[in-house]
Design a protein around this ligand. Structure first.
Ligand code: SR1
Ligand code: MG
Length: 432
């Protein structure tokens, strides 16, 4: 066509805008009818990538194209290799085999444009937003624990041939994204780092309770070295509630670009911590006493179920799949699970601290508009976070997790919750 300059999508990478994506779909993909009337919108709100939704106005069919940029959206200071898009496509395919039904389908991966084409999950919603609107998902704990037990155990040395597993470790070596986690989760929150971004009301508390605690610093250093050296399972690597698409009967885990071989408890701890963020948000934002007394126990029960169902399913799956001879020795699987739960407690604590102190925040806290309430909510997260890290060797059951949460809440809101007698009945009084 005269005057029309067609883009070259085959020889050199560039970051696409919405019009480029329409042209890309027309020229490089065959997912829509030839007469499709395409419309594209960038819908990403994460810290790293560009997410385009492409719809055919005629048929109503739609897909998602996710492109990795050369720097993070949150800040140009993070130069992150677009190769993370390969890691994401490859792990989604693998997770789809290990835990069918829990990840979006990937239709194509393009190593030149560093983008992948996947299912549009618009009939689901981002779990963080849903929890901020106080929605309940009774099947979530069952779904996420099936996903966790299967992806974490079936990628480990317990089940895989050790040579094949080491090849996987190579395939999913992800140095730049791991460095982000090493800095943002394990290092910067625990000293007065320039890059930290702390809410004014919380800053002195962070200094006193977190930055001035040398014992805590030492424990986080030990945990950082575990994160860097314990190639136990193929992790999702960033399993917060913004990485989960959900609806009543379906849970889809997205955004595994931080995937690598690390300590299995990293993924479980992220899930638990982000349920705690939702809890603290609800505690400070649900005005009506009855509604609060209904929603908080639901979240407590979900936390309990995540820990308990994971443990149950993990041991059961171990019995069915363990192939390593030494792994069948009596008491070995209990010892192994115990160390995963210890890491889960530690990571719950790290995630709670880093989302308050570090550069990457969560809406659960930032959307609490009353400054005093936000400060109290953040202090709860820091106290709970510190306890999870320091007491990690004695936190093993779902009730242990809820007990730390309740105890932390009670330090900042008088007479709110009975924390002596934690069990699945979750008695909650209603005062804040
Ligand atoms: C520079 S990326 C900041 C954070 O966003 C991602 O979702 C990860 O949680 C990361 O730590
Ligand atoms: Mg993400």
């Amino acid at each position: 066509m005269e005057g029309t300059h067609l883009k070259d999508f085959t020889s050199a990478y560039f970051t696409m805008n919405e019009a480029d994506v329409v042209e890309y779909v027309q020229n490089r993909l065959s997912v829509f009818n030839d007469d499709a009337d395409l419309e594209c919108r960038e819908i990403g709100d994460g810290n790293l990538n560009y997410v385009f939704k492409v719809v055919d106005r005629k048929s109503g069919e739609s897909i998602i194209i996710k492109q990795a940029g050369p720097v993070a959206r949150i800040s140009d200071a993070f130069k992150v290799s677009p190769d993370r898009n390969r890691i994401e496509s490859e792990i989604l395919e693998l997770q789809g085999e290990l835990a069918p039904g829990f990840v979006p389908k990937v239709y194509a991966y393009d190593p030149v444009m560093n983008c992948c084409v996947m299912d549009d999950l618009s009939d689901h919603e981002i779990m963080r937003s849903a929890l901020l609107n106080y929605k309940k998902f009774p099947l979530f704990a069952d779904h996420i624990t099936t996903f966790l037990a299967r992806t974490l155990l079936l990628t480990s040395d317990v089940v895989m041939g050790h040579k094949e597993k080491k090849e996987r470790v190579q395939q999913f070596t992800n140095p730049e994204l791991c460095e982000i986690t090493e800095d943002l989760v394990y290092t910067e929150p625990f000293y007065d780092c320039e890059q930290n971004d702390v809410f004014e009301g919380t800053k002195e508390f962070a200094r006193e309770v977190i930055w001035n605690d040398e014992k805590l610093k030492l424990e986080t250093a030990k945990l950082k070295f575990d994160f860097m050296t314990k190639a136990q399972s193929l992790l999702h690597g960033d399993l917060h509630t913004g990485s989960i698409f959900i609806k009543e009967d379906s849970t889809k885990i997205i955004d595994p670009e931080f995937a690598f071989y690390g300590p299995a408890g990293y993924d479980i701890g992220n899930v638990v911590a982000n349920l705690i963020f939702a809890y603290v948000h609800a505690h400070y934002t649900i005005e009506e006493t009855e509604a609060r007394a209904d929603y908080l126990p639901y979240l407590e029960e979900t936390i309990v179920q995540v820990v308990e169902l994971f443990s149950e399913k993990f041991l059961q799956l171990w019995n069915e799949t363990a192939a390593e001879q030494t792994a069948t020795l009596p008491k070995f699987k209990e010892w192994y699970l115990d160390s995963i739960l210890e890491d889960t407690a530690a990571v719950t604590g790290l995630e709670l601290c880093r989302r308050v102190i570090g550069i990457a925040h969560v809406k659960d806290l930032t959307s609490i508009s009353d400054a005093k309430d936000r400060t109290a909510a953040e202090k709860i997260c820091l106290i709970a976070g510190k306890t999870f890290i320091l007491d990690r060797t004695s936190i093993r059951t779902g009730d242990d997790f809820v007990k730390v949460l309740r105890h932390s809440v009670n330090q900042f809101s008088k007479g709110a919750i009975n924390d002596d007698n934690t069990n699945s009945s979750h008695s909650i009084s209603t005062a804040r």
